[in-house]
Write a protein that binds this ligand. Structure first.
Ligand SMILES: Cc1cc2nc3c(=O)[nH]c(=O)nc-3n(C[C@H](O)[C@H](O)[C@H](O)COP(=O)(O)O)c2cc1C
Length: 171
């Protein structure tokens, strides 16, 4: 199996972190992977807000229990889409593709990561909007936590024969 396929299979959601902060260089490599994701009509609407301040991370852990691991992770990236560049309504797909690239890049670098859902949960969108002064035309779609992993999870077997259909659903 090649390295890309190994990375895809081995990536897991990490919810325990050592507290050590990943380097700026590693962060930049992961953000770069996000920018390399495909976007509809190549509109490139995705923006990243890096949150590393302990005060903001504590606020996030409190307001978004689904992302409560952020204080230990040390780095949270709010992945946003610019609505003004959303021609066809694919903004969340564009942001999600960026997130997935980031998770895989993190795995390939030995960085633990977690995708925390934001949109369409209004209370999470509004909380992030206020905390990070996000303007109305920018939609926060998800938060990616990044940090040094303090847990290891085995790669599960996830191929499901019965969910693969050829030509028509009943095939
Ligand atoms: C759109 C989306 C939103 C998610 N939101 C959260 C979240 O808010 N908190 C969390 O702990 N995990 C979240 N996850 C991670 C999933 O729970 C996780 O991917 C799933 O349980 C499979 O585990 P694995 O990533 O280790 O394969 C989210 C995943 C996706 C794709």
């Amino acid at each position: 199996m090649n390295e890309v396929l190994k990375t895809i299979r081995n990536r897991r959601s990490i919810r325990k972190f050592t507290g050590e902060i990943i380097s700026d260089e590693t962060l930049k490599t992961i953000l770069e992977a996000g920018f390399y994701a495909p976007t509809a009509r190549n509109m490139r609407p995705t923006h990243f807000i890096v949150v590393r301040g302990s005060e903001k991370l504590s606020l996030m852990a409190e307001a978004m229990p689904n992302a409560r691991y952020c204080t230990e992770a040390g780095t949270a990236v709010v992945v946003c889409g610019d609505r003004e560049k959303d021609v066809d309504g694919y903004l969340t797909e564009d942001a999600s593709a960026a997130i997935m690239n980031m998770l895989l890049a993190a795995e390939s670098l030995g960085v633990g990561s977690l995708w925390c859902g934001v949109y369409p949960r209004d209370e999470r969108v509004e909380f992030l909007r206020i905390m990070c002064s996000i303007p109305e035309n920018i939609l926060p779609v998800g938060v990616v936590l990044l940090g040094v992993p303090a847990e290891q999870k085995p790669a599960p077997e996830l191929y499901e024969e019965e969910k693969v259909h050829f030509e028509v659903w009943e095939a």
